[in-house]
Design a protein around this ligand. Structure first.
Ligand code: ADP
Ligand code: MG
Length: 390
């Protein structure tokens, strides 16, 4: 199902989380975008399509590369993430797809997690806490936490009726949440469309907190899905094709909006702009492409992988489509860098320093580390100003 729309009727094997037979395709247009190009009207059980359908569904589960996955599985009392897919119809807070048991009269309105509350406390503890002897009970597995992507430990929670995603750092690193908040501040000042991240703490662990940017009427389609059936060339051509695809589908100012993301990545030196970290928002009722998705997932930045207390190494590279490239190369995709008012960033380095200092008692960052992060940020802003003079 896609919200209330029937997409196809199929036999699902929960032991493998795969689809073993497709009986009928009701409306392929409402299928997940990534599947449509594999569909053959005259052979609905064609293996590539059925395989892709199974892969797509399994891919909704928590990925095998999730930080501390073993611990999470132990606390959830399961052996593999795909076991969770059966617990809540495969529903997510990033789109509206779900599995409706055949012959059941259950409706989307009764089960979707946008309207219907879910217990999150136990999952949050299982996912984020360092010491937890708790093994969670079955009812706590009916949550959208069964279908989150990404490497970082995370949990959906409800606060005052709003759905928020909490994200921790990777292993012992805690800079990701601060980088997210810095990115939000930069985007706010420069007028970019972004997801607002704030700092929160859970049991003395620093996490970032951002509201869900999807509603009951929308879905996120990542660039990975959009590019999946397109031929690869070099990163610049792949980028241009992507912009054209967005424009052809009626997204206004698509180029500027995607450029804005690369401008942010330049300023904070984001190393992780892979194709699932950006995309578009589609209306699930009309299938109209509404807009470029607000900028999200900016934590892997400010030379995070290469931090050295003794020296400043600037070794990180950014990503432009399928290629890893220097930030100085990637920023060249921006047609008119002068359109950005960099003076809006005045004082942001001090602002960031202050933010990091406020949480020093929890993060244990040395003054030296904070200083180095600020030097890096300052130097990127200055480099951007230099680029504008050319
Ligand atoms: N605020 C949000 N609203 C809806 N979906 C989100 C939101 N933030 C992230 N997602 C979805 O969750 C996935 C994982 O989140 P992300 O921030 O990319 O985590 P990670 O840093 O672990 O990669 C994203 O690719 C996106 O599909
Ligand atoms: Mg991500």
């Amino acid at each position: 199902m896609n919200k209330n729309q029937e997409v196809l009727v199929a036999e699902y094997d929960s032991a493998t989380s795969g689809f073993t037979k497709i009986y009928e395709v009701k409306d392929i247009n409402y299928a997940p975008y990534i599947l449509i190009s594999f569909y053959k009207e005259n052979d609905i059980n064609d293996t590539p399509f059925r395989t892709k359908l199974s892969e797509w569904f399994k891919g909704r589960g928590i990925p095998s590369w999730r930080d501390k996955l073993d611990l999470l599985l132990h606390r959830l009392n399961i052996t593999a993430p795909y076991e969770l897919l059966d617990k809540a119809f495969g529903l997510s807070l990033s789109d509206q797809y779900w599995l409706k048991p055949f012959d059941s009269d259950i409706s989307y309105d009764d089960i979707n997690f946008f309207d219907n509350d879910f217990d999150y406390a136990e999952f949050m503890e299982a996912s984020l806490s360092i010491n937890s002897g708790q093994i969670i009970n079955e009812t706590s597995l009916k949550t959208p936490n069964n279908t989150t992507d990404g490497m970082l430990k995370k949990a959906w929670i409800i606060d005052n009726g709003i759905r928020y995603l909490l994200k921790g750092g990777y292993k012992n690193e805690t800079l990701q949440p601060f980088n997210e908040v810095l990115a939000s501040e930069i985007c706010k000042r420069l007028g970019f469309n972004y997801v607002e991240y704030t700092i929160d703490t859970y049991k003395d662990i620093v996490v970032s907190k951002c509201p869900c940017f999807i509603t009951k009427d929308t879905e996120l389609i990542t660039c990975y899905q959009i590019r999946n059936n397109m031929e690869r060339h070099n990163s610049l051509e792949d980028y241009e094709e992507y912009i054209k695809k967005l424009e052809d589908n009626g997204i206004e100012n698509a180029r500027e909006k995607v450029e804005n993301m690369y401008i942010l990545d330049y300023i904070i030196m984001n190393e992780d702009r892979h194709l699932n970290n950006f995309g578009i928002i589609r209306d699930v009722n009309t299938l109209k492409w509404i807009d470029v998705a607000p900028i999200f997932d900016n934590g892997q930045s400010l030379n995070i992988e290469y931090y050295d207390e003794e020296e400043v190494h600037i070794t990180g590279n950014g990503r432009l489509f399928y290629e890893v490239k220097s930030f100085d190369e990637i920023i060249k995709v921006v047609k008119n860098i002068k359109r950005i008012d960099v003076s809006k960033l005045d004082g942001i380095v001090e602002w960031f320093e202050n933010l990091l200092q406020q949480y020093q008692h929890l993060t244990g960052y040395s003054d030296r580390r904070i200083h180095k992060l600020c030097v890096l940020l300052n130097s990127q802003i200055n480099k951007l100003k230099e680029l504008q003079k050319k």
